[in-house]
Design a protein around this ligand. Structure first.
Ligand code: NAI
Length: 331
């Protein structure tokens, strides 16, 4: 079975190459290009393609992949909001993903963002480098005995609940389904109550029609003054212009974003030598209480190995015609 891997960086290649020896029936070719309607034709002669979080797996791309005989789309990530599932279904293409490769990797990054923005670690680091040992602008608050509000308590949200519990925080959560494994230390509340009672709010639900822009000016107004907001899930859960308005209203003690609406063109690219024309990211970064990282929540050694193992197993399951919990179903 031949798979074309799109948007591959050296670290992807290293983790997949080291796992490939356990999958002798699979052959991989890597391309640095990301998958979109311009690059889909490269899949000629392959059985499957493997794409990532910001690949464009929309209708146009799928039309071309279908015409090249591709029947399997392997997403080497958990999210699949960038795949047009209706079109994939129409063509009988199977879409598989890696739902839970290392929830702790993302949850640990979420708490790192919360702590770093609370204590302004990014500023402190630069200040000390400049021999500025003053503490002005660095004051934060204790997390101990404060309330953490976790939105979405699937695999990553549950890991975040456990971490916040470990910090001695009261943990409240909102989800459309309750996670029974958390019942000893998490109280499920309505979204309204979570917004009004939390000192730290962390988003861990997927991006769907029902969650698009769930953090907007109305929900921001419901939050406590001095709240910390963390988003490691998907950028469009937060309406960026409203977030900026909220920051200007002094609503937030800190904002930590690993994902943001504008990220698609930036993610995993070095654009440090470019003059960016319209950058709300730059506007966000002009505030002293905002810290942004570029979709690195998943980026640990353990997570990359688990992604490689699960993606190649997905390919084998497809080949064997086996059903899998990693199938992305439409509806
Ligand atoms: P999961 O599927 O285990 O959990 C998602 C949870 O959200 C479920 O419990 C679900 O019931 C809940 N949910 C669905 N609709 C909701 C709503 N309207 N309101 C509140 N909760 C709702 O997913 P997992 O593995 O925990 O991942 C969560 C998200 O994290 C993914 O969808 C992905 O977008 C993001 N992610 C980010 C990464 C990064 O590197 N920054 C890496 C991996 C995932």
């Amino acid at each position: 079975m031949k798979i074309l891997f799109y948007d591959t960086k050296n670290y992807d290649q290293e983790s997949f190459d080291s796992t490939l020896s356990s999958f002798p029936s699979i052959e991989i070719e890597y391309t640095k290009s990301d998958l979109d309607p311009r690059t889909a034709a490269l899949a000629e002669g392959f059985d499957a393609v493997c794409a990532f979080v910001n690949s464009d797996v929309g209708a146009k791309t799928l039309d071309i992949l279908h015409s090249k005989g591709i029947r399997l789309i392997l997403m080497r990530c958990a999210g699949f909001n960038n795949v047009d599932l209706d079109t994939a279904k129409k063509y009988g293409m199977r879409v598989m993903r890696v739902p839970g490769y290392s929830p702790e990797a993302v949850a640990e990054h979420a708490i790192a963002l919360a702590l770093a923005s609370n204590r302004r670690l990014y500023k402190a680091y630069n200040k000390v480098r400049e021999n500025d040992f003053s503490l002005s602008g660095l004051m934060g608050f204790n997390f101990y005995e404060k309330t953490a509000g976790i939105i979405g308590t699937g695999k990553i949200g549950a890991a975040m609940c456990r971490i916040c519990h470990g910090f001695g925080m009261k943990v409240i959560a909102y989800d459309v389904y309750e996670n029974k494994s958390l019942k000893d230390f998490v109280e499920y509340v309505s979204l309204d109550k979570l917004l009004s009672d939390s000192d730290v709010i962390s988003l861990h639900c997927p991006l769907m029609d029902s969650t698009y822009h769930m953090i907007n000016i109305e929900t921001i107004r419901q939050m406590k003054d001095g709240v910390i907001l963390v988003n490691t899930s998907r950028g469009a859960l937060v309406r960026t212009d409203d977030l900026i308005e909220g920051i200007r209203m002094h609503k937030f003690a800190g904002v930590g974003l690993d994902v943001y609406e504008e990220e698609t063109d930036n993610v995993f690219e070095d654009r440090s030598d470019e003059i960016l024309k319209h950058s709300t990211t730059a506007r966000l970064l002009s505030f002293p209480n905002v810290m942004i990282t570029s979709h690195q929540g998943f980026f640990t050694r353990e997570a990359l190995q688990a992604i490689a193992q699960a993606t190649l197993q997905n390919a084998l399951d497809f080949k064997a015609g086996k059903e899998s919990p990693n199938d992305v179903r439409n509806g």
